[in-house]
Design a protein around this ligand. Structure first.
Ligand code: KG4
Ligand code: ZN
Length: 364
């Protein structure tokens, strides 16, 4: 038993309102409400996200307490995401956490959202051998990290434009999927690959000349758009590149189902190749014990299979959280908070939000 037996984790950085309780480092209750209201806008509307967090957070916390048969006074510490993310959304979680920590007189710890994703595999498999290559792929980030130990990070590669999840969500709008589109694109690609060995549509794989560990996905997005413009009729699609305010309903192209599957397969294959080529370059230079993948895009069954093959070829242990823990959740925040608390870290009630926080901001 630890000093921090029951830790409440709170996550409100984007459009998931999440709370979880860990007891002795293990999940005992976990509740995430995805704010589906953003679907009609084709992307997250920050002001609406903050208001929805205000409405949904207290029920989420009460829900995890009820589920675990604990009273609010049984909470020994509170971990909360304080960045990166949408400022209004982060403020809701951080203000709530401060109020509760102050009322209960328990320690408060601010957690970097990316650190949460990076270590959430430990919740299922136990200690991750270090150093490992961390690949963070989400709606806002595509990063390769040399993880030397908990709290010691070296960023090796980053995207210079769109994140992979952002690419999926933008292309998803063109294909007529609701937001977020990653899961739909993944499912369509898998249906295609059930009957075909390789993709029939070859989209470009961007390699950056002066940055072998860097990524770029905007060329891929444009290539899909040009492909759609060439072959299908649609609304006012091309604005999507310059102006994200375009009503997403005008963007969908009229595409037969089989073609849509082939496009998703071409997109997924290109993304898989680009990510694996970046990881290969890094693994040629650094020695790692394993590969850890985190972030919403790691829920992709197509990419999970590709990562697994890559890890086997490179003799690396692969750790990816179970699918339900790839997207944003409170457990990963509670867990990273638990690790930091065990190392003696605490935040005061002055804890600030940091919407553009980097993983390397809070090194230990
Ligand atoms: O980590 P996350 O929940 O939120 C951020 O921190 O951004 O990631 C959300 C992203 C979205 O872009 C979504 O389309 C993508 O993860 N995503 C997926 C899948 N599930 C969610 N991408 C591919 N395959 C999936 N199954
Ligand atoms: Zn995330």
């Amino acid at each position: 038993m630890t000093l921090f037996r029951n830790i409440l984790g709170i996550e409100t950085s984007c459009d998931d309102t999440a709370a979880a309780l860990l007891s002795d480092g293990k999940i005992i209750a976990d509740r995430t409400t995805r704010q589906i209201l953003h679907e009609q806008y084709g992307g997250v509307v920050p002001e609406l996200a903050s208001r929805a967090h205000e409405r949904l957070l207290e029920p989420a916390v009460k829900g995890v307490l009820k589920e675990s048969n604990l009273k609010v006074t049984d909470i020994d510490a509170i971990a909360v995401t304080n960045g990166p993310g949408l400022s209004g959304a982060l403020l809701v979680g951080v203000s709530f956490a401060k109020g509760l920590a102050s009322g209960l007189n328990v320690p408060l710890i601010g957690v970097n959202h990316l650190e949460g994703h990076l270590w959430s595999s430990e919740l299922t498999i136990g200690d991750l051998p270090v150093p490992f290559l961390g690949l963070l792929v989400s709606g806002g980030h595509t990063i390769m990290v040399n993880v030397k130990q908990f709290g010691q990070y070296e960023i090796l590669g980053n995207t210079r434009d769109d994140a992979v999840g952002e690419l999926f969500d933008k292309v998803g709008r063109m294909l007529g999927f609701t937001f977020p589109a990653g899961e739909n694109i993944d499912n369509e690609a898998l249906s295609y690959f059930k009957d075909h060995k390789t993709e029939s549509i070859k989209f470009p794989r961007t390699k950056l000349k002066n940055d072998p560990f860097g990524f770029s996905f905007s060329g891929l997005k444009t290539a899909v758009l040009y492909h759609l413009q060439k072959h299908y009729s649609n609304g006012q699609n091309s604005d999507i590149l310059q102006n994200d305010q375009t009503s997403w309903k005008d963007v969908g192209f009229q595409i037969p189902n089989d073609d849509r599957q082939a496009i998703c397969a071409g997109l997924m294959a290109a993304v898989g190749d680009v990510l694996i080529s970046g990881m290969s370059a890094v693994c040629d230079k650094y020695e790692f014990q394993g590969l850890v993948v985190g972030g919403g895009v790691s829920a992709s069954r197509y990419l999970r299979a590709r990562f697994s093959r890559f890890a086997t070829e490179r003799n690396l242990t692969l750790n990816i959280p179970p699918i339900q823990h790839c997207t944003d959740n409170g457990s990963m925040i509670a867990y990273a908070g638990f690790r930091r608390l065990m190392l003696g870290q605490r935040d005061s009630l002055d804890l600030a939000i940091n919407p553009s926080a980097n993983l390397t901001d809070q090194m230990i």
